[in-house]
Design a protein. Structure first.
Length: 448
């Protein structure tokens, strides 16, 4: 659950970074376009200012148009300037600025109404220029003439300014992206620290090293930790009550049963058989009360220490039989459940195998897991006479009586069957390669 929250945080962080990667290029091009538009507008305003300066200095004479040798606008006096000016009289060129002498350029002549201004981008000999056109009507020799003023500015100057701006903008956006990414990473790590601590506490509970969540957490996680502790405490109290009630009931029945066993009623064979059956059932329930039962909160119980402990006990119990035990149990394999349940489950099967075998008992644990599932298989086999096919079917049949089989497969199998079913597992009984019976207990768990 907490791991899922951390994964959600990671996904959100990647989404923010992705949006940042998408947003910054859009921001780069948007700002660049806006800046270029402002440069064009500034160019138009500059050319208009130059136009007004020329209009103030133009002299309409009888023989044409006169202009001073040096204009008030410095850009029009320089030979290498990117700004040039022309004056046309009835579409004939009458004057050009000093800056146009060294340039091979002509304006785009167009018909204009008197007082009309036109600003546009033109191309002349594969070069781009911004042109401002203006037309007036003037009286020369008592005749009206159309006088057109053309001012041009090389677009290369705008592009150089634009290129420099883009380089500066790019550098600052890279710095900003790096800074935002670092802040996002720091913010994620900082916000994920309580989740990581909570995840470690939950893992400790699952592994059986702790019984509750004890850490102090932010307000956002306090409700979760309180609910988890309530769930754990409630489950433990319920399990304790179940064990106590079942144990009290079984012990309460053992006293009157002992009285009946010592009474004359026990001399009757049929009655004695039924008393023995009741005694077996009571022992069964006492063992069930001692087991943990399936936990809502499954703990990770290492399997190898449990198997080693059981085998040490079996070697002592069946010392006279000189059984050879073959155990193949990975060190890191674990059972998602209570340790007492695992001991009861494996212990009963191994005990039955020891009773039925001739000389060999083999235990093999196979564990497989991926991102979604954790599969556990516990195989216990012997070299005894095996179990008849009809008995195998009865052993695996739901609701069948499991306390009447010979060769050691007795009441313990009832406990095994109950435990396997309580953990949603599967018990398979077949013939082993050793010649006897093979008990295969399989569990499939969904990963958190």
């Amino acid at each position: 659950m907490v791991t899922g929250e951390i994964s959600l945080k990671i996904r959100q962080g990647f989404i923010l970074i992705f949006l940042l990667v998408v947003a910054l290029p859009i921001l780069f091009f948007s700002i660049g376009k806006a800046y270029y538009s402002s440069l064009v507008e500034a160019t138009e305003n500059t050319l208009e200012a130059h136009l007004y300066s020329i209009l103030a200095e133009v002299d309409f004479q009888e023989d044409g148009i006169g202009m001073p040798a040096v204009l008030l606008t410095p850009e029009l006096n320089r030979l290498n300037s990117d700004t040039v000016a022309f004056i046309y009289l009835n579409e004939d060129k009458q004057w050009q600025s000093e800056s146009a002498i060294s340039k091979e350029i002509l304006p785009n002549i167009m018909p204009l109404h008197a007082g009309e201004t036109q600003f546009e981008k033109i191309t002349y000999q594969d070069k781009d220029y911004w042109q401002l056109s203006f037309s007036v009507i003037s009286e020369i020799n008592n005749t009206s003439h159309n006088v057109a003023f053309y001012l041009l500015k090389d677009d290369l100057a705008l592009r150089d300014m634009m290129l420099g701006f883009r380089h500066t903008l790019r550098d600052w956006l890279i710095i900003m992206a790096f800074a935002i990414t670092v802040l996002l990473i720091i913010g994620f790590i900082w916000s994920a620290r309580p989740l990581q601590r909570l995840d470690k506490e939950i893992i400790a509970i699952e592994s059986g090293n702790s019984d509750e969540i004890k850490g102090t957490y932010p307000v956002e996680l306090q409700k979760i930790t309180q609910d988890l502790n309530l769930l754990l405490n409630s489950q433990q109290r319920q399990k304790d009550r179940y064990r106590a009630s079942l144990s009290d009931l079984a012990h309460a029945l053992k006293t009157p049963l002992a009285v009946l066993k010592s009474s004359p009623l026990a001399t009757d064979a049929d009655a004695n058989e039924q008393l023995d059956r009741i005694n077996v059932m009571i022992e069964h329930q006492l063992k069930r009360a001692a087991t943990g039962g399936t936990d809502t909160w499954k703990k990770q119980t290492p399997i190898k220490p449990v198997v080693d402990s059981i085998l040490n006990a079996m070697k002592k119990v069946y010392r006279d039989k000189d059984i050879h035990f073959i155990a193949n149990v990975p060190n890191k394999s674990y059972f998602l459940g209570d340790k007492t349940d695992l001991m009861e489950l494996i212990g009963n099967i191994i005990d039955n195998a020891c009773k039925a075998c001739d000389a060999i008992v083999q235990i093999e644990v196979i564990e497989k897991q991926n991102t979604s599932m954790h599969m556990l298989s516990i195989k216990i086999s012997d070299d005894g006479p095996g179990i008849p096919e009809e008995s195998i079917k009865l052993l695996t049949q739901r609701g069948a009586r499991l306390d009447t089989y010979e060769k050691g497969h007795g009441v313990g199998m009832a406990i095994v069957n109950d435990l396997v079913q309580s953990y949603q597992g599967m018990l398979k009984i077949s013939d082993s390669d050793l010649g006897g019976a093979l008990f295969n207990v399989e569990f499939n768990y969904k990963q958190n």
